[in-house]
Design a protein around this ligand. Structure first.
Ligand SMILES: [Zn+2]
Length: 197
């Protein structure tokens, strides 16, 4: 059984994962939690709220990492930031599902351009290829934090992730994945999602 929790940044995907991890553990299930290793955005600001979850998580950056470090006896496999892995993860996940395991993934459906998030560099496979294979899909949204000239926040449902560089919308030609770069992100509605070309 494959469940995919998806949506833009700041939509609560990781919090939903933690809730589901806790449910499985209450039920006595053997759970293996995998987080993408290069992603340490929460290591300072949110350590307290994520501590219980992080302490039980395995870091990995590739599908072979997951195979090597994961728990082969896990009944439930949880993967956060699944979109950052290489495209071999799709076939690996489906093998686990075929073997009777429960897989719960969270990840961005779209990149900063509003295009399906690609797995790895140069792959034609995207999050769309994973989402269509899911038995359950939970699509979360955030709140648009665009401010007009008077400083009033938009506040409608946000389904897009805005990348900002020096407080200006980032250009279409920039690479999809830029962890640790000098930039910031905001959740935006479609109307306030800007990608200059
Ligand atoms: Zn808006």
């Amino acid at each position: 059984m494959l469940t995919v929790i998806t949506g833009p940044m700041f939509s609560g995907k990781s919090i939903e994962l933690i809730r589901r991890i806790n449910r499985e553990r209450v039920a006595g299930k053997r759970v293996c939690v995998i987080k993408f290793g290069e992603d340490d955005r929460y290591s300072k600001e949110h350590l307290a709220s994520y501590d219980g979850y992080r302490s039980g998580a395995i870091s990995a950056t590739t599908t072979p990492d997951i195979i090597e470090r994961g728990d082969p006896l896990a009944e439930v496999i949880v993967i956060d930031e699944v979109q950052f892995f290489d495209d071999a993860i799709i076939d690996w996940i489906m093998e686990q599902v075929a073997g009777g395991r429960k897989i719960i993934c969270a990840g961005l459906n779209l990149d900063f351009r509003g295009e399906p998030f690609p797995f790895g560099y140069g792959s034609v496979r995207t999050m769309a290829d994973l989402i269509v294979r899911a038995d359950n899909i939970l699509k979360l949204s955030s709140i648009c934090t665009f401010r007009d000239t008077k400083g009033v926040i938009c506040g409608v449902e946000a389904t897009r992730t805005q990348r900002l560089k020096n407080n200006e919308p980032a250009n279409w030609n920039e690479p999809t994945k830029q962890i640790g770069a000098q930039e910031s992100y905001e959740a935006r509605c479609v109307e306030h999602h800007f990608v200059p070309r």
